[in-house]
Ligand binder design. Sequence first.
Ligand SMILES: *Cc1c(COP(=O)(O)O)cnc(C)c1O
Length: 367
Amino acid sequence: MPKINVTQPFLPPLEEFVPYLEQIWENRQLTNSGPFHQEFEKALAEYLNVKHLSLFANGTLALVTALQALRITGEVITTPYSFAATAHSLLWNNIKPVFADIDPISLNLDPNRIEEAITPQTTAILPVHVYGRPCDIDAIQKIADIYGLKVIYDAAHAFGVTYHENSILKYGDLSILSFHATKVFNTFEGGAIICPDKKTKQRIDYLKNFGFADEVTVVAPGINGKMNEFQAALGLLQLNYIELAINRRQEIDFLYRDGLKDVKGIRLLPLPINTRQNYSYFPIIVDPEYPLSRDDLYQKFRDHNIYVRRYFYPLVSDFPMYRGLVSSAKSNLKVAKIISDSIICLPIFPALKVSDQINIISLIAKV
Ligand SMILES: *Cc1c(COP(=O)(O)O)cnc(C)c1O
């Protein structure tokens, strides 16, 4: 059987990209806010229904810059159940990550655990909408308001997700997106910061371009975080396909749900309420009643050439650069530890064949 990965990047038909390339070759403007960059920025803000956004070369640079833009310092409360980049962006800003446990249903930062982690050094909360499932935004905002903290959402998984028919990206002070090849929407590599006002966007735009405000004025020690014309052109074209891609993912999600709902020991996460999902991941939780351990099931998939992933295992707090922190103690992160040890993400991408999906379901159901 040919190898099946957990995801496969979506690409539009190549011939549709050629005119964009010809245009770039003709313009000879390859980066630095070229015509495709400007057009994509506008089109994307419209599609996502947000006021302002700033494109980036990748999501990690967007995260690092978002923290810079709000001048975050000291300590930031975040989740250990995420991709490495979330906490790494703090270390790159000389900020101390403080891990708090997650909620067992949403798998996002548990608001009830945030308050106890606050110290006089705390300046912000950095939650993640894991698998595109919305955080408890109201509870998080309430805590932020009481303690005067900023909220930056790592929304790398949440492209196109709406909550009560409103973009999930509008909550908090800033949100960041990733358009990495493995994400629902890709520009090979890419990312963005979503911000509420023009002034903040201006500051972010300076920061991603070395701090240049004009030819001779440098207003901040900025970085090179710019998205280039190739990425922006691809992004514009990808926007024509994103609805199709999400609809196809929804079908896959529903077929998994139907096929796995009665398998003893396999737990599915309920679809979040009042949410338009993007079906970016299909996580299953392998409970102790299941005949195989999580890692045995993982290995069984490998033996059948199916490369499922254990997102997120290990916990970020177990990485060598974090495990010495007081907040990384297992006793502080009990829920995250259990989930991390029992999670598997199944293949989900528009080109996944129904026959392969049925095969994946029976590998789980027949043990
Ligand atoms: C992918 C991802 C990032 C990083 O985005 P890149 O575009 O790969 O730099 C950050 N946070 C989370 C949760 C991610 O999944």
